[in-house]
Design a protein around this ligand. Structure first.
Ligand SMILES: C[S@@+](CC[C@H](N)C(=O)[O-])C[C@H]1O[C@@H](n2cnc3c(N)ncnc32)[C@H](O)[C@@H]1O
Length: 329
């Protein structure tokens, strides 16, 4: 996909300064103008940000395959170039995907990419776009859907959470992804409060009961996860990067109208590993600091040694996600 986008939209692009400005703006989207209504910038976004976010989405989907397996229709608010559609299509075929997007350039890029990369593999997915400011939509304007997605979009508009209760009205499930910063986490926790009021229950990442959050009032930490992603040659060039990989920090929330109990507790700190012990915090109301020693529990020690932040811990075992990139975070 990167080669196709680069060859069609960026190879002769002379306004490199625009690309650099946009990249700078993405460091703090609420304060800077990240509005994109130019095809080259939308294409640049897909390579430099969309592809990293897609990696995060794939990680979340892989961790909850049973939940995403039942999703047939998606409404993606601020879906940009269809990042979520491309991520989910690696796992399953949808009946309907609707992008509610204010930028015509993003909608055009989505249509070109769907035609080029998805039309033969998922010919039965109906891909549609509603070109508008989603903050102004009424529930009756939004199609009924299994899942609605808000990915890296609340960080772009101030006071957007006020509208969330109406926007999720026609959905059974909600997925929100934000940058893994204190501000991104703050958005997630506020959205969670509003969705609990609407009768939604948390599927992930929270595993403490009754809406409790051990990190809500922390001054030094916030709930976030880290995904290590490979960078393509073109991504390296456009990002002026030398490394063949990058770390994407993210916070997220997956909720459903139908409660789905978790069978473990989420690891919410980077595990501290020594030769003889592993210790970490879990998302739990009680006994939230876990220490596993080699001397007391050799089998469990062997398992938790491989764990990273975001894995599920069960007394007796840790569900380690099957990732090639078991890495530092
Ligand atoms: C950072 S991009 C994220 C795109 C995509 N969701 C992703 O994760 O890659 C934010 C998107 O939200 C859209 N957006 C922000 N506020 C919006 C609004 N009020 N109505 C419609 N689209 C909006 C922007 O145009 C942009 O496409």
């Amino acid at each position: 996909m990167d080669d196709f986008i680069y060859a069609n939209y960026l190879v002769n692009y002379s306004k490199k300064k625009n690309l650099e400005d946009l990249f700078c703006a993405y460091q703090s989207p609420a304060q800077r103008n990240t509005y994109i209504n130019d095809h080259s910038l939308a294409a640049f976004y897909m390579i430099t940000r969309g592809r990293s976010i897609m990696g995060v989405m794939e990680k979340i989907i892989r961790q909850h395959l049973d939940v995403f397996h039942d999703v047939e229709s998606v409404v993606d608010f601020g879906g940009g170039p269809g990042t979520f559609l491309f991520a989910l299509s690696k796992f399953k075929t949808l009946n309907k995907y609707t992008n509610v997007e204010r930028s015509g350039a993003f909608i055009d890029i989505l249509n070109v990419l769907v035609e080029e990369f998805l039309s033969s593999s998922i010919p039965h997915t109906h891909v549609d776009s509603i070109s508008c400011n989603y903050l102004k939509l009424k529930p009756q304007d939004i199609p009924t859907n299994d899942l609605c997605v808000f990915s890296y979009t609340f960080c772009e508009c101030n006071n957007s959470l006020g509208s969330i209760s109406g926007l999720v009205e026609n959905s059974n499930m909600v997925l929100i992804i934000e940058p893994g910063t204190p501000s991104g986490f703050n958005t997630i926790i506020q959205a969670r409060d509003k969705l609990i009021e609407k009768g939604f229950s948390t599927i992930a990442p929270c595993t403490a009961s009754s809406g409790f959050c051990p990190l809500r009032d922390s001054e030094s930490d916030w709930c976030h996860f880290v995904e290590r992603l490979d960078r393509s040659r073109i991504q390296r060039r456009l990002k002026n990067g030398v490394l063949g990989y990058e770390y994407e920090k993210y916070s997220y929330l997956l909720m459903s109208k139908y409660p789905i109990p978790s069978d473990g507790k989420r690891i919410i700190s980077r595990p501290n590993k020594t030769k003889h012990s592993v210790s970490f915090n879990i998302c739990s109301e009680k006994n939230s600091h876990i220490v596993v020693t080699k001397r007391e529990n050799k089998n469990q020690f062997k398992i938790v040694k491989k764990s990273i932040r975001g894995d599920l811990y069960r007394r007796g075992s840790v569900e380690v996600s099957c990732d090639e990139s078991r890495s530092k975070p």
